[in-house]
Design a protein around this ligand. Structure first.
Ligand code: DAH
Length: 338
């Protein structure tokens, strides 16, 4: 005659095998293995058995418990995969799929990526700063006097708390120097904002790449070499670069930088693409004051800086007639750059 435990096991295995769903299976598990389940009750019963009986029944009890637990796990797995195949069976694989369109990068992103790759070759690291800035970072630290016209409310978007939307990416020069001592070699691509009358060539938001290189013995020759290399890589080897004297508060001397290239309007014109110059000692001094040290001692360190207008460059390079197209999300426009 089989031991009652064997009988119990056979019953359990049958009930497990018959369980049509997870809920029934769980009920079976509780009935046998739960706290007051029949197998657990047998565990209690062990105490009442004689010395001779105990090891024999103990072994049988263990085997029973394991067999039941294993069977439950296996059956649960079977129910799960059954449910899955049922769900899959209800999908009609012969239906046509939903086509997903392939996206592409915005033309400004494309030219930005190319520009960043070229500057990386020259050892420039990427730097970053906030679009909402303090007046100090945007103007004072950049040697711009309080009465400078760029600070005017007609030209700059001011927030009620006195902060502003940066009017150029030159703010990142200051943030970078505040954060680390020289030498510095960074570019900072980003958006800038001005309250211009909006038309085909003016937008309230536009994009620049700022550059800053500070080291010992940096000269105008380094500036010219870097920008020449950059524009020849971007626009082709026949590209000529010209530096016209200009005025910016934060550089001395300062230049407007023009390029002439077959890639741009057939190489017929000089086109202004950047501002540049040698970092004004007054900028280093402001940074030192903010840092509370003499890390940017203008007697020891010199530097060049530049700011490239990326929208303008992209417009000329891709023959885009209106700057507003960049922000209108018109797929007929954007698809041409896919
Ligand atoms: N921040 C200037 C602008 O937005 C451009 C510029 C000029 C940046 C000269 C520079 C620089 O770094 O050296 O018009």
């Amino acid at each position: 005659m089989p031991h009652p435990l064997e009988q119990l096991r056979d019953n359990a295995l049958r009930e497990i095998g018959d369980a049509p769903d997870e809920k029934t299976l769980e009920a079976v598990r509780v009935r046998y293995l739960g706290k007051s389940g029949s197998i657990s009750v047998w565990g209690e019963k062990m105490k009442t058995l004689s010395q001779e009986e105990r090891p024999v029944v103990g072994k049988l009890l263990n085997e029973t418990r394991n067999a039941v637990a294993d069977a439950i796990e296996q059956h649960a797995e079977k129910l799960r995969s059954q449910k899955e195949s049922e769900a899959l069976a209800s999908i009609d694989v012969s239906l046509p799929g939903t086509p997903s369109e392939r996206g592409s990068l915005h033309p400004l992103t494309q030219i930005l990526d190319r520009a960043i790759a070229i500057f990386r070759q020259m050892g420039f690291a990427l730097a970053d700063g906030p679009d909402i800035e303090t007046e100090w970072h945007c103007f004072d630290a950049l040697n711009t006097p309080p009465d400078h016209p760029a600070r005017n409310e007609q030209d700059t978007f001011y927030l009620p708390d006195g902060r502003l939307l940066r009017t150029h990416t030159s703010t990142v020069q200051i943030r970078t120097m505040e954060a680390a001592p020289p030498p510095i070699r960074v570019i900072a691509p980003g958006a800038a904002y001005r309250r211009d009358e909006i038309d085909a060539t003016h937008s309230a938001q536009f994009h620049q790449i700022e550059g800053l290189y500070v080291d010992e013995n940096v000269s105008i020759a380094d500036l010219k070499g870097a920008l020449e290399f950059f524009f020849r890589e971007l626009l082709g080897p026949d590209t000529a670069v010209r530096f016209r004297p200009h005025y910016f508060p934060f550089t001395e001397p300062s230049f407007e930088t023009d390029v002439q290239s077959k890639a741009l309007k057939g190489g017929q014109q000089w086109i202004e693409v950047a501002g540049s110059g040698m970092v004004h000692p007054g900028v280093f001094e402001e940074v030192n004051k903010a840092r509370g040290d003499d890390a940017y001692n203008p007697k020891k360190w010199t530097g060049y800086a530049f700011g490239l207008g990326m929208d303008r460059l992209a417009m000329i390079l891709f023959d885009i007639p209106d700057i507003r197209l960049f922000a209108q999300n018109d797929l007929r426009f954007l698809r041409q750059f896919a």
